[in-house]
Design a protein around this ligand. Structure first.
Ligand code: ATP
Ligand code: MG
Ligand code: MG
Length: 372
């Protein structure tokens, strides 16, 4: 499903760059979309990277119109908020560009969606957490993002991936995969299956609180990894939250939790040696501090209490999805070898176990930085 030169060129013309554009080349280290850097001539005569052009992965995003509607709604609103804060809307949020015919995105001859936004110069993107300071900044960025959008009507957003973090439904899908055992792999992962089954009740903890109205729906990002934040090269501070494809109504705890899952760990997601995989309470504390300094005042007490649960459940859910995919024959996540998804599930379950052991400390730290 490679991009043809013809479609790339059509996209460049659709956004009105056409003959003005100097050249285009592949860009970034994303796993989902095809990303290109668009270079334009500057008044000084050199070519500068001015725009990012992306072909959206239509296998993952079945409703590109809904995705783009969410992104335009949120980023245009965000520009107003940033202006009122005295910030620079051109650097602190992405500015999406409409096509020449005034549409949110361009559909190429194969029906694939393309969109375009400004490149943010003098910024840095980190693939791996190197120190607590980065996680503090990440917490601060995602906390600020939540606060900036606190009055944006979450219910008006399209749910572009239905039940994305409905952990109880994820459990049901897991159960079906175990029962069917399509690839006859269940006997190779009995301890992991038991690990999940022992936590069936946990899967409903946040979902029920949301359904009972104890936890409000917020505007959530849903891919809150470190590499979805741009850092300012000069100050080292978190600058701009990017990768807005999965903005949807959701729980603050889930965004918080996915950052902890992916960031407060000492090992890679697919580390085979579990001795190297630990939940790192110091990294957790750095994130909680940044997050609550930025968003503490707009979260309800129930939401503050839900944050450590978010970490546990996002990690359990993620491990459960890896295990489900392993049982189904690796149809969703890309794998490099047959046990890859099982290895990934094991790292997540290791983290869950350690979070369970340190849960009281996790709760104390959340309360401490929320001032409750
Ligand atoms: P993922 O695998 O995280 O879902 P993706 O395919 O959705 O990634 P993005 O995260 O949108 O792609 O972009 C890929 C990378 O390109 C980013 O991690 C970042 O390094 C770089 N990048 C994206 N947008 C910008 C920008 N406006 N300015 C500077 N760098 C950017
Ligand atoms: Mg990304
Ligand atoms: Mg993405």
């Amino acid at each position: 499903d490679g991009v043809t030169d013809r479609n790339l060129e059509d996209a460049i013309y659709a956004f009105g760059f056409g003959p003005r554009c100097s050249y285009v080349k592949p860009f970034g280290a994303g796993h989902i979309n095809e990303t290109y850097a668009v270079y334009m001539p500057s008044p000084e005569g050199e070519d500068v990277l001015a725009y990012v052009l992306q072909r959206v992965n239509s296998n993952v995003f079945k409703d590109p119109a809904g995705v783009m509607e969410n992104i335009f709604g949120v980023t245009e609103y965000m520009r107003g908020v940033i202006r009122r804060e005295g910030g620079d809307p051109d650097r602190e949020t992405l500015s999406y560009i409409k096509t020449k015919s005034g549409l949110n995105y361009f559909e190429d001859s194969e029906g694939e969606p393309w969109r375009c936004y400004n490149f943010i110069p003098d910024s840095e993107c980190y693939q791996l957490v190197e120190n607590p300071e980065q996680l503090y900044e990440a917490g601060s960025s995602f906390g600020h993002f939540l606060k900036q959008l606190i009055e944006y009507p979450a219910s008006g957003l399209k749910e572009t991936i239905p039940d994305f973090h409905h952990t109880a439904k994820r459990y049901q899908a897991f159960q079906v995969a175990v029962d069917r055992d399509l690839k006859n792999r269940a006997h190779t992962c009995e301890p992991e299956i038991a690990f999940v089954k022992n936590r069936k009740e946990d899967c409903s903890v946040l979902v029920s609180q949301q359904e009972e109205g104890v936890l409000p729906l917020r505007v959530t990002h849903n891919d809150t990894k470190l590499n979805n934040i741009l850092f300012d090269s000069k100050t080292g501070k978190g600058l701009c939250v990017i990768d807005l494809d999965t903005i949807m109504p959701g729980l603050a705890a889930n965004d918080f939790g996915d950052s902890i899952r992916s960031g407060a760990t000492t090992g890679a997601e697919d580390e085979k040696n579990l001795d190297l995989v630990h939940f790192d309470l110091e990294l957790y504390e750095a994130y909680v501090r940044g997050y609550l300094e930025a968003a503490g005042e707009v979260l309800t007490p129930a939401e503050v209490e839900s944050l450590p649960w978010g970490a546990r459940l996002m990690t359990l859910e993620c491990g459960m999805r890896f295990l489900t995919d392993y049982l189904q024959g690796d149809t969703y996540f890309k794998t490099a070898y047959p046990e890859h998804n099982l290895v990934r599930a094991r790292t997540q379950f290791r983290l869950v176990e350690e979070m369970e052991q340190q849960f009281e400390k996790m709760q104390e730290l959340a309360r401490k930085y929320a001032g409750i």
